[in-house]
Each structure stands twice: as C-alpha cells, then as structure tokens.
Ligand binder design. Structure first.
Ligand SMILES: C[S@@+](CC[C@H](N)C(=O)[O-])C[C@H]1O[C@@H](n2cnc3c(N)ncnc32)[C@H](O)[C@@H]1O
Length: 453
C-alpha cells in the first residue's frame, strides 16, 4: 500500500470518539450567529468525511431519525466497524462507504451539512484541496461544513519536540513513547519543552501514532484556512462553538489592544491565536453566495436553547444566568428562561444570552436537551451505548461527549440493558470493580444523560 495515511489507518484502528464541536446542534449556532439561515438538522442530509468507526455520526442519526446520514472513510476496516455498530444498534437512516474523498461521487443531491473533524491537518495537501472543492460542489445553497484543524500558533512550540523525537526514533528508539522518554531524560527540568513532552506522553501510544507522529501533521494559520476556503468559493462564518471565537484566557485589555491594532477582523483573530497559543479550531464554512444576514434578529435569538457552562461563576450575581443555571443540567429554550423571569424585557434577555455565549458562560444549541437526570430503577443504556460498551468504546453522552471507562467498568455497563435492577447491578460492580464508588458513579452516568434517549 503506497499511501502512508491509508496504510496507517488500515493497520491500526483510530480510537473511536465523538466530537461535540461537530454536532450540528452546536455548529448550527456558529452558523446562525455568522448570519446563515439553514435547514434544521432534524430534516437534513448529513455527510461525514473521514468518519472512522462511526462513533461521531451514529448518535446523530439516532437523534434525528428523519435525517439521512452518510459516512465515508478511506479505511475499509473502520467502515466495517461503523457498519456493524450501526446494524447492532438498529440504526437505519445511516450508510457507511469505504471511499477516497479524491474520487468520491455521492450523486447529484446536495448535503445540508458536511462534517470533516480531525481530517484536514492529517491528510496531504492534495486531499485538503479536494475537501474544499467537495464542499463547494456538494453543499446545499444554505448548507454549511464544519471543518476542524490544528492551528499553527499553538503547534509551533511542539514542532521542535516532534523533530527531536523523530531523530531519536530514526536512531533506533522502539516507538514514539520510548523516544519521548529518552528526550525527557535529557531535557532540563526548567525547559518549557518538559510540559510539551509530558502532554504528548499523556496522550499514550494509541493517539500519538496518529496525532503528533502521524504520517502527515500540518497545522495551519486561520489566514491560510480562510484563504484556501475562499479560493474554492467558500466563506468562513466563524467557529462552530461561538464561545471559542474569543479565547477566554485573554484579558479584556489585551483583547482591546489587539483589536485596535489589527488591520482586519481576520488579522485580529489570527493575532489572538498567537497570543492565546491556540492549537485547534473547528470552523464553519458556507458557499460564498449563501443567504447571509449578519443582523441577528430577536426572533432568531429566541430560536436558541441554552444551558450554563461549568466555568460560569454565580458570583456575577446576574439573574439571567442564575435563571439558566436553575434548569441545569438541562438545556432549555429562551422562552423557558423568560417564563421564570417575566419582568426582563426580551431584548435584555437576548443580549445577555449573547454576552454569555461570547464569554463562554452559556452553551447554546439549536435544540433543547431534556432528560431525567435521576438514576433509573432498571438502568438501560439503549442499543447503541450497549454495543459500544461490549466493544469497549467510549459511551457518547446526551451532549455528544465521549466518555471512556477502565476495562472492568465495561463488564457492568454491558449488563445495563434494562433487565436488571440497581441491586443486581451493584452486586455485579462489587465483583468486577470492588473499588468503584457505586452511587456517585451511577449519579454521574445519569447526570450525563446516558440512560436517556
Ligand atoms: C485522524 S482520523 C479522524 C477520524 C475521526 N474523524 C475523528 O476525528 O475521530 C482521520 C480519518 O480520515 C480518513 N481519511 C484519510 N484520508 C482520507 C481520504 N482521502 N478520503 C477519505 N477518508 C480519509 C482516515 O482513514 C481516518 O479515519
């Protein structure tokens, strides 16, 4: 096999994961605040490019049974896993195809959403261009693509460490973990590279082979991303999670200084990437001639659903954010928030929610997330999570976040098919994982919506 990218993904299974930033209920907010009015994801055609073993796409297909899903990947092994997983979970509105994006022809019908997560930075330039071209040709006129990539600003400090580790590997070290251990032993403790080496080692061998030491690893600047997309006829609308448009670790004074000296909004965001040492972006792209209206109406803001983020501190004493927090862990509509805050004018509510999103205190979605966070009497993970548990894959929670477990916990999770009561499951846990703190663990699973939907 001559393509080193294909050879790697056929030979080793890429760790199965879901990616909340690629969830159309989240990225739809980024697109909407960028001014795009697009079709609801609950009645849409959704394609994922480089879908791996399907852990990202299948939960979305379960959530939106009226939508049509297609996942493609170069790796036939990953596509086999994805197809088996969907079949075992009884999901019928999804298909997986082993295909190379460079010559993939999906037929004439356009896609309302295209997801390419963890793809752009890990493929050769020719495939990067094919991705932009594909989005240009295959997106619906009001559709959008969510494309993630590694950002040069934050990766710059990692590159010398990668280069040194590769030299140690070339000199005969067994694998990247061993080479990193050697590099660490000869690097002074005071060096800033120690933290980078530790961070790489913490990823472990399964991730490192694909990540820092993948056959291709091209971090890009935002400028380059926007420019390449623009050359293909695509427009950058902002980040899929709008709270990441402005990194929260940059203080307001520095933010204002960068803003006043930047030559353009794009230069401002690029400068911010450097100051914040940003490593990753998940950006939203649409067609250049898509129907964009940058004025966000009150009505559109009231289409959003919100929940409070864990970094919100209620020391702010803000009754709107407190009202949102009172619904935790649920995500509810602005109308629901307003119902407990009657005296607040709609405009004030909308502008505070906008501020909360921008500051990263409020998480917004296109749809509510409503579930019972209490531990059920007979826990049932549902067919998809049960199949993931059997395979030792992470379980995807109601927020589309992956949650991995130590191997012995899976013996208990596999038994949560609704046929056993809490007493039986607790006894099973005692046998397989005697150190597990049963009640907090179950409360954690229920609080993440693992037993819902
Ligand atoms: C880093 S993995 C990411 C997998 C998944 N999207 C994720 O983020 O968890 C990149 C994926 O892209 C696939 N890929 C690479 N080149 C491709 C191509 N030319 N056409 C289709 N898929 C490709 C690989 O097989 C691999 O599964």
């Amino acid at each position: 096999m001559s393509d080193p990218v294909q050879a790697l993904y056929e030979a080793r299974a890429y760790p199965a994961m879901s990616h909340p930033l690629s969830d159309p209920a989240v990225s739809g907010v980024g697109a909407m605040l960028g001014g795009l009015t697009s079709r609801a994801p609950s009645a849409a055609r959704i394609l994922e490019i480089g879908c791996g073993s399907g852990l990202n796409l299948i939960p979305l297909a379960i959530r939106w049974p009226e939508s049509e899903f297609l996942g493609i990947d170069l790796s036939a092994a990953s596509i086999r896993t994805a197809t088996e997983l969907a079949a075992a979970a009884g999901v019928r509105n999804i298909r997986f195809l082993a295909a190379d994006l460079r010559d993939f022809d999906p037929g004439p019908e356009p896609f309302d959403r295209i997801i390419a997560h963890g793809f752009l930075s890990w493929v050769p330039d020719e495939v990067k261009l094919a991705l932009f071209r594909f989005c240009r040709q295959r997106l619906a006129h009001d559709g959008f693509a969510t494309v993630s990539y590694n950002v040069e600003a934050g990766w710059a400090a990692r590159q010398p460490v990668i280069a040194k580790t590769r030299s140690i590997l070339a000199a005969g070290a067994a694998d990247p973990m061993a080479a990193l251990a050697i590099l660490r032993s000869v690097t002074p403790e005071a060096s800033s590279e120690i933290a980078i080496i530790d961070d790489m080692m913490a990823k472990g061998p399964d991730i490192l082979a694909f990540d820092d030491f993948g056959p291709v690893n091209h971090p890009w600047s935002l400028d380059r991303f926007v420019q390449s997309a623009s050359e293909a006829g695509l427009l950058w609308l902002g980040e899929s999670d709008p709270s990441t448009n402005f990194p929260t670790q940059v203080d307001p004074t520095t933010l204002a200084r960068i803003q006043s000296s930047a030559a353009s909004p794009l230069a401002f965001h690029s400068d911010l990437d450097v100051v914040a040492g940003r490593t990753f972006r998940s950006s939203v792209l649409c067609l250049k001639e898509a129907p964009i209206d940058p004025r966000i109406s009150l009505e559109r803001m009231f289409d959003l659903c919100v929940s409070i983020q864990s970094n919100y501190s209620n020391d702010c004493n803000n009754q709107i954010f407190e009202a949102i927090d009172s619904f935790s862990p649920l995500c509810v509509s602005l109308a629901d928030i307003q119902s407990v805050l009657k005296e607040i004018p709609e405009k004030k509510l909308a502008s505070e929610v906008f501020r909360g999103i921008r500051e990263g205190w409020v998480r917004a979605r296109l749809e509510p997330v409503l579930f019972d966070p209490r531990v059920p009497k007979r826990p049932d993970l549902g067919a998809f999570r049960l199949e993931c548990a059997r395979r030792g894959f992470p379980l995807v929670d109601i927020w589309h976040r992956p949650c991995g477990f130590p191997a012995e916990h899976y013996r208990v999770l596999e038994a949560m098919d609704g046929s056993r009561d809490l007493g039986e499951l607790a006894r099973l846990a005692k046998t397989h994982c005697p150190d597990l703190r049963w009640d907090p663990w179950m409360a954690h699973l229920a609080g993440r919506g693992m037993f819902a939907g």
